[in-house]
Design a protein around this ligand. Sequence first.
Ligand SMILES: NC(=O)c1ccc[n+]([C@@H]2O[C@H](COP(=O)([O-])OP(=O)(O)OC[C@H]3O[C@@H](n4cnc5c(N)ncnc54)[C@H](O)[C@@H]3O)[C@@H](O)[C@H]2O)c1
Length: 323
Amino acid sequence: MKTKVVADQHRKVVVVGAGSVGATYCYALAQSGLASEIVLIDRNDKLVKGQVLDLVHGQPFFPPVIIRSGTESDYADAQLVVITAGAAQKPGETRLQLLKKNADIVGGIAEAVSKQRCSGVMLIVSNPVDVLTYVALKRSGWARGRIIGSGTVLDSARFRHLLGQHCNVDVHNVHAYFLGEHGDSEFAAWSMTHVAGIPVGEYCKLCGNCPGWKEQRKAIEQQVRDSAAHIINSKGSTYFAVGLALVKITGSILRNQHSVLTVSTYLDGEYGIKDVCLSVPCVVSFRGIEKIIDTPLAPDELVSLLYSADILHHAIDSLTPEA
Ligand SMILES: NC(=O)c1ccc[n+]([C@@H]2O[C@H](COP(=O)([O-])OP(=O)(O)OC[C@H]3O[C@@H](n4cnc5c(N)ncnc54)[C@H](O)[C@@H]3O)[C@@H](O)[C@H]2O)c1
């Protein structure tokens, strides 16, 4: 593997949106030592000032890093711009109205980043992440590899956690992916799932410890889909694990790590799908998406991926003025 570390020099990350996800990501990123400068931007000045002050007080405990608030001009020399800005659903507001509002927010930011002639990568986190990744791609005019959605990286982590618990093995020895829409139609790619390097079905036979594996498989898959709703019901929003998932993606970009991650990307014929962003396994480097791993899926998995694409096409169509 080629290792061109972006590196010793300036590693600037601009985070747009200083809410729960943006601030938690900044906190985890500062601890990771990956960035030399973290710039936080939010339309709520008071909030961004408070978040920055709280974070800089951690500097004696972080590896060296500059943390400050910023403006649009900061996009110009950023290696990575992470967009977590978004509006929350208001009472009486429909999902479509919220989608349109967030598309305007993220599309406007993507355009501003592009205007500053940033040569880095944009990472979209705001939901619905696949649709907003598509919007950012179109509004920025950038090549598709430079616009990444956090996609199902978080869902794949939840899946690995549950499988690790189920098999009673270290989560690091579980290789597993959730693909498709970051949302209700996402699905487990069981054909790619390995425990201790062994296909999960074979591992289960060796273990011989779990009767009714087919039902348990379904339950695990559903648990992953329901995770966000459970957390939101309990504490209002999710931010810790997504913050860490974003640090993982950031590391692969800033360290040119070529990690295989289920990020959301624009498909142009891969898996027989066109003109939509969704999650499939991708190699992520300092250039963004270096390669989309286009590999045969099990027939039922391909049906699920096409179904996700269909749902996302409809959501994208709903954004057009005549819809
Ligand atoms: N992709 C994932 O896996 C994942 C996981 C969790 C949350 N999310 C999404 O991340 C987003 C942020 O979540 P949160 O909990 O931090 O929300 P939040 O409401 O706490 O923060 C959003 C922030 O965006 C700011 N903002 C809105 N418009 C802006 C603009 N035009 N410019 C700059 N800042 C602007 C707001 O002032 C607010 O501080 C949501 O869309 C949420 O659904 C995604």
